[in-house]
Design a protein. Structure first.
Length: 166
């Protein structure tokens, strides 16, 4: 029996194969860890629209036009908005369908931390979530609420302001 032309890979082949596998794993880990950064690069910065100055979340919901055909209505209950009590956040979006949107809250006149919530789709166009705002001995905190709507092609946002007492 003769072996004929059987080719056995040399050690150089195995070294290159191992280097290629390590490189692919490194790229995959980078993409998984920095997927948010890659998304930001892809869609660009979030384009924020401010709610009208007549908006008073202590009395009713507020509505903003994010862009052509896209309207967001934001509401916080109970009213008036209490501190250190459970809050319900509700957003109604027209012409956008996502599994969730993001809400960040922070005080603008004192560092009370950044509070981030995911508002999940409850029914078509309705997003809800719950959270709580901390209290401060100084009182009269001015809060900023940022809605962030990340679609596959762009990132839209709405900015709302409200004040809380002690």
């Amino acid at each position: 029996m003769s072996q004929g032309n059987v080719h056995v890979p040399k050690s150089r082949f195995w070294k290159l194969l191992i280097i290629e596998i390590i490189a692919v794993i490194c790229v995959a880990v980078y993409v998984l860890i920095d997927a948010h950064d890659i998304y930001r690069w892809w869609v660009g910065d979030t384009h924020f629209v401010k709610a009208p100055s007549t908006c008073n979340l202590h009395q009713s919901s507020c509505t903003v036009l994010l862009k052509e055909n896209i309207v967001a209505q934001f509401d916080i209950t109970p009213k008036p908005i209490p501190l250190m009590k459970p809050l319900k956040f509700r957003v109604i979006l027209q012409n956008i369908h996502l599994p969730y949107i993001e809400l960040t809250l922070f005080a603008t006149n004192m560092n009370m931390g950044l509070h981030t919530f995911k508002l999940y789709s409850k029914e078509e166009g309705v997003y809800e979530g719950e959270g709580m705002l901390p209290t401060c001995v100084m009182g009269n905190m001015l809060w900023q609420a940022n809605l962030i709507i990340n679609t596959s092609s762009e990132s839209l946002g709405a900015v709302f302001y409200f004040q809380t007492d002690k």
